[in-house]
Design a protein around this ligand. Structure first.
Ligand code: ZN
Length: 84
């Protein structure tokens, strides 16, 4: 209806294929109703963005295995030693 549409290039994309796919998915996210759920990870120096799909919208970390675990370990260390 006069809007825009994605078209896959006919020629092979070679090494740039993954980045084009990521750009495509980012564009879809920016145009979706999930945009309001995009958060930046609270991990120091992380900066990753993620879609908070948790029911209470309280997710803070890009992943519990990475930044979430480091924050948990840091809290435990502070409690156990009294040091920052
Ligand atoms: Zn993170």
């Amino acid at each position: 209806g006069g809007g825009y549409a994605w078209a896959e290039p006919r020629a092979g994309l070679g090494l740039s294929a993954p980045i084009i796919r990521i750009a495509h998915q980012a564009a879809e996210l920016l145009a979706s109703d999930r945009l309001g759920r995009v958060r930046c990870c609270a991990g120091p120096g992380c900066g990753w963005l993620f879609v908070d799909a948790s029911p209470n919208r309280g997710r803070r970390w890009c992943s519990m295995e990475g930044c979430g675990n480091r924050a948990k370990a840091k809290r435990h260390y502070r409690r156990a030693t009294g040091r920052a």
